[in-house]
Design a protein around this ligand. Structure first.
Ligand SMILES: Nc1ncnc2c1ncn2[C@@H]1O[C@H](COP(=O)(O)OP(=O)(O)OP(=O)(O)O)[C@@H](O)[C@H]1O
Ligand SMILES: [Mg+2]
Length: 245
């Protein structure tokens, strides 16, 4: 029995002779919001991708609830149905309307009838303030609107865990706020979130815990007030100093 939504035990991942994740231990409790920070190349995206089974790991274990999802015999589709994922960009199917982007997941993952899926998608779009865009194709939306749809789609299936990988880093600065506001709302509603982000102010504001990845290791972690306010490690201080400069 595990009270954690997600647990990584000693996760190693190499590409060739490059050890990208070097023994990651991480446990995420229900409703917890974990911000993963660290320099470019430190392994943040790789970490999220291992959880979503996009990258096989070389050693260690990953648990989603009580299921060992690092077991090679695991049903990948079943695992992915339990996890919502949003990347930096290109999340939506360009040839489908906004509405269909959302109903697709509902129909395939939750096996909803079309009318049920349509009703659920409409309610979600209303929620994220995009009801008027239901019939539009993604290329008619701003980047911020597209990311709000992508997030709506990711949570439509009521995932146990939401993985967000730099969801605002491809956006024009004026569009960042609307996306972060939505993430904030989901966090307030109790969604369990692991997000890689370089939005330090946002991480400070919304995360329960900040995890600093350094060359594939968790060098330091704790509440934002500690990691940002009084980092213990010199390398954490050096990393953060680049952001406040
Ligand atoms: N498929 C791959 N093949 C080979 N090397 C890879 C692959 N994916 C990632 N890497 C390498 O793994 C390291 C970590 O990459 P990763 O994308 O996880 O970093 P990151 O912390 O997300 O960086 P960023 O802040 O730039 O997004 C990098 O050196 C990268 O080049
Ligand atoms: Mg990345």
């Amino acid at each position: 029995m595990s009270e954690k939504v997600l647990r990584l035990d000693g996760v190693w991942k190499s590409f060739g002779d490059h050890d990208v994740l070097r023994g990651i231990d991480l446990a995420v409790a229900p409703g917890e919001v974990v911000a993963v920070i660290g320099a470019s190349g430190s392994g943040k995206s790789t970490l999220l991708r291992t959880v979503n089974l996009l990258e096989p790991i070389d050693d260690g274990r990953i648990w989603l609830g009580d299921a060992d999802i690092s077991d090679p015999r695991v049903d990948v589709d079943e695992v992915r149905a339990r996890i919502g994922v949003v990347f930096q960009q290109y999340n939506l199917f360009p040839h489908l309307t906004v509405q269909r982007n959302i109903t697709l997941a509902l129909r395939h993952v939750h096996r909803m009838r079309r009318d049920e899926a349509d009703a659920a998608a409409s309610a979600l779009l209303q929620r994220v303030g995009l009801a008027d865009k239901a019939g539009a194709h993604p290329d008619r939306l701003s980047g911020g609107q597209q990311q709000r749809v992508a997030i709506a789609r990711a949570v439509a299936t009521s995932p146990e865990l939401l993985l967000l990988d730099e969801v605002t880093s491809a956006l024009d600065p004026e569009l960042v706020g609307e996306v972060l506001d939505l993430v904030h709302e989901l966090a307030d509603e109790g969604m369990t979130i692991v997000m890689a982000t370089h939005e330090m102010a946002f991480a400070r504001d919304v995360a329960d815990r900040v995890v600093f990845l350094d060359e594939g290791r968790v060098l330091e972690q704790g509440p934002p007030s500690e990691v940002f306010g009084a980092p213990r490690e010199e390398r954490t201080r050096a990393f953060l100093a680049r952001f406040s400069a």
